[in-house]
Design a binder for this molecule. Sequence first.
Ligand code: FAD
Ligand code: NAP
Length: 534
Amino acid sequence: MKSEQDFDAVVVGAGFAGLYMLHRLRSEGYKVRVFEAGDGIGGTWYWNRYPGARCDIESMQYSYQFSEELQQDWEWQEKYATQPEILRYAEHVADRFDLRRDIQLGSRVTAAVFDESTARWNIDIESGGGSQQVTAKFCLMAVGCLSTTNKPDFAGLEEYRGAVYHTGEWPHEGVDFAGKRVGIIGTGSSAMQSIPVIAEQAAHLTVFQRTPNFGVPAWNAPHDPAAVRAVKADYAGLRARAKARPTGVDFPFNEFSALSVSDAKRREIYEEFWNRGGLTFLGAFDDLLLDEAANETAAAFVREKIREKVTDAEVAELLAPKTIIGCKRLCVDSGYYETYNRPNVTLVDVSETPIEAFTATGLTVAGKLYEFDAAVFATGFDAMIGSFTRIDIRGRGGLPLREKWEAGPRTYLGLFTAGFPNLFMITGPGSPSVLASMIQAIEQQVDWIIDCMDYMGKEGLTVIEAEVADEDAWVQTVNDAAAGSLRSTCSSWYLGGSIPGRPRVFMPYIGGFPVYVEKCDNVAAAAYEGLRLT
Ligand code: FAD
Ligand code: NAP
């Protein structure tokens, strides 16, 4: 007999994925509970409260589209919304759709074990009040791709007497750096957004850079009301155009090679895309992520811009990446490079001589001590799989997911992993996820999962799981797509590069959002091909 603790579906995580999943499940009449480790909803936008945090996909597109009323009513203030605004939006959605009553906050799922005798998931939860166990027919992982922070295990860290912060776990009360000496480790997107703001507050900022990143200006600004009205007059049109693009984002792009035009024309086009700003810079030509020579023309252009912005030639050289642009995720900045012209900012290169150890007052590099009162770790995340492997997930025969994924994640469509029946992943490895506009990717997968669950209900089917052969074929498809892209040629978090010892596997599906959507639709139309339904 089922008790209060038995659910049709349990959702893990209350970011944009968990919230929309809950909304859809409840609308379809499922008995559902969401467990969220944080004390609030919003996921990424609940945790990443560091100074300068904002989205880098334009807000008019980085937002839900499932409700026309919602997208008409919500007024984004700026081209790229700030973290507080995005969090307010998530909270508005939770209130508007009355989601909070089915979300249990401060509750971390620690284990999910499939019971073959009952075909249900036994789920363990730790919360302030102790531990709890629930069961569910379906276990829906909305745990996020960038939700488990990466905190490198530096020697001597426990000796350090100053404050230590991670951008992905920023204190809610904020941090006042006025008059403080600050050391920041990392130069990815989080660092590029926070460095200009911290430098304005702090007495001194020392940046420890292992690998420079390419940054393209955001040119953020308040929204032009007329432009917003124009979008809202045909929001569906914008969404349809976005859905047809490989990145799931609508922006101007060219469909010819960087090598097919004269030097003068190429420069003119780069200037045009630079002046538009943001990630869309990579739309200047259609082979920038496919052809090394084409890519180098864009990389050289951005290097030149960096050299123009940074007055100290040596510092400019250190900041200018010598690699493929867009191989690591492109960053979108607001005054990042110019920050190095400030007298209170020092750049320390730790590429050849890594950070040795923390001391009581700072850290040492090549025997030299750098002192600071507060350390900021902008060291990123255990991306794509960290939030899965942190949970003790066990499938058929008690097989731990950690063991199955030891040599890299294996999924069917990024939605299923063979041997783990009735476990769905939202934006799991092997789906476009972080290579698409994520809210759009989330909605597509949630809608697909709901259709699948409804189909099972109608057909009287209780268990769904991926066939091993189809999973193997999809893993091959994911690998083949990655092999064709320059993105697989460097070290980045797409490849698990941020975590020492991780196998080098390109985790998201890079074949493009529309190709992926078509594949998912075809699978559904063919009575869920590649999936065993019993
Ligand atoms: P998340 O928002 O990460 O939510 C997952 C939730 O699951 C978290 O709240 C976490 O606490 C919870 N959770 C995880 N494990 C457990 C567990 N075991 N038990 C209970 N709860 C658990 N994407 C874009 O497309 N555009 C952008 O501009 C953009 N900007 C970003 C900026 C930053 C700083 C970061 C870090 C990411 C950004 N992203 C962006 C990616 C962003 O993560 C997604 O857009 C989106 O917010 C992900 O939503 P989600 O619900 O899938 O995951
Ligand atoms: P990240 O891109 O992984 O950057 C982490 C940084 O820390 C890198 O510079 C890395 O150097 C450095 N690092 C890690 N370990 C180190 C060590 N032991 N010693 C020295 N340096 C070390 O992480 P992130 O900046 O948090 O961004 C992650 C992703 O989140 C982004 O790519 C993006 O998708 C999303 N995001 C988006 C925005 C936005 O603009 N909307 C903002 C923040 C984040 P190496 O490169 O050498 O490894």
